[in-house]
Ligand binder design. Sequence first.
Ligand code: AMP
Ligand code: MG
Length: 347
Amino acid sequence: METKVITITDKLDALALLPAAEVLQKGGLVAFPTETVYGLGANGLDTEAVKAIYAAKGRPSDNPLILHVADFAEIDKLAHDISDTARKIIAAFCPGPITIILNRNRIVPDAVTGGLNTVGIRMPNHEIARELIRLAGVPLAAPSANTSGRPSPTTAQAVLADLQGKIGAVVDNGSCKFGLESTIVDCTSAVPTVLRPGAITLEMLAAVVGEVKLDPALVGENSIPKAPGMKYTHYAPKAPMIMLEGAKGKMVAGLLTQIAKAKAEGKKIGAVVSSETAKELPADVAIAVYGSREKMSEIATNLYEALRKFDQTEVDVIFAEGTAEVGLGLAIMNRMHKASGYRIINL
Ligand code: AMP
Ligand code: MG
């Protein structure tokens, strides 16, 4: 299959999107930009189209998909018994980088929910994404547009690196603003529970609804995550990655020690680090800078491209600089821990 690349440089060009909408209406797959990462969309009410997403990504079938909508009225068609708390969260943060887990209506196919009685719904804060959904005329089931287990794509080039020839089209609108997947919040329980941290932080949710919980599986407690996808190793670069964590003052010395050890073993070394730390590392280390350690939003935006940099650079091991686990740092560290397969050195 030839993957059509539709480039949109303006904010919105509905005419240019028509061929993409046509692919979707025929049951095909279209990757499209959102404010978080690129999504791989299909008609979310068509079981066969939804199954094609799992096949293209190599995604386990028990890992449910998020339904993307363009308008508030769509939410009530897909879900029932929406609590007042859920409505408050929707009013405060939609459209935006948040997915709300609600009680699913019968119209939602089992293939979308992996058989769960709930459904994840998101309204992207991205005009092109919402226009594509409107043109398709149906909610779009859309996971991240990567091969399962790989870092999520934040550019159309990253989508093509994984999925060229496997999908009908990709809409290219440059880099994504936030760079990490949406916050997932389960609103089917009395107290809303964050199942996956993201750009809408715990602090932001608490400011709107008061009490918010964090899925115990996210804080290292030995329980099964409520978002099935969170149990898989994920976001991983091709070489093994080791995280270094601890006080900022110990980071450079810690990295230099690990680098010296790996060099003695004859390994080629990569490092995913802040711009501040990068300056202190030896010249023969392949470095991907994720931004300034003082700017969490910059790190979030650049993280996946930094991890993907090592697909082109031959390295045997990657050392990665951790950051504080507060605010947006919770989402960043959640993805980095998974990318490292929980290989962590505490400094
Ligand atoms: P992705 O779209 O690739 O970011 O993956 C979607 C994430 O949402 C996965 O971690 C899923 O397990 C999670 N998810 C989707 N639907 C549900 C649901 N009904 N309940 C809990 N988690 C869900
Ligand atoms: Mg994903």
